[in-house]
Design a protein around this ligand. Sequence first.
Ligand code: GLU
Length: 258
Amino acid sequence: MIKRLFGALLLISLFFCGCVKKEQAVQDELTAIKNKDLLIVGVKTDIPPFGYLDKNGQNIGFDIDLAKFIAKRLLGDENKISFVSVNSSNRIMKLTSKEVDIVIATMSITPSRQVIMDFSIPYHTAGQAIMVKKDSKISSLMELENKKAIIVFGSTVEKSLRSNVPNITIIGYKTYTEAFQALKENKADALIADDTILLGFALNDSSVKILPKRYSKEPYAVAFRKGESSLIEEVNMILQEAINRGEIRQLKEKWGIN
Ligand code: GLU
């Protein structure tokens, strides 16, 4: 009887210990952000309409508005936010080295990224597309075999292109601005990137065109350091509510995103 009672007590205490510990861990990341009263977000600064700079050097775009929306819900003020410029190849490092709290930067959820980081629910889905000069005869990915294509280092295209078109010559750039400029200067036959990003560049430029086919599904999400469960839960709740209330759709309309 005593043995059983002792066993039951042990089980109960283990259960509560586990819960308390979990609860503490759960509160920690979120509490850290709340304590410093500031959300530090890694964003793009050269990708209209997602993350770029206005004439005065202010961060603007869909991802920026989304970051402000999250800061408002987390800290009660959309201005309690600090933006750090990231590109496709340094954003994971800036996150894991704790230079930023979260990344909102046209970043797709992929299985290999999920090994080293966590993601929110997706807030947008893009697809890889090909951009060529207006007079180009290229009409598909396969026609780029033995030709040159521009990509941005650290993007999902870099990986998929190497495996899907083995005989392609890849010319990589650090930023989309440089990549777009390189296509305009005929440094390669095509630029391959997410359609929504290409659209932003093509909008005011009649010297390029985007081919109709899409080669992937790119679910954009907020990226976190691995295991920040409290923060992830909170951000997911904020995003889900924003999706349900149509606020994400309104933001997309504001920035001309389909
Ligand atoms: N969505 C793709 C990615 O996460 C391409 C856009 C980007 O380079 O940020 O890699």
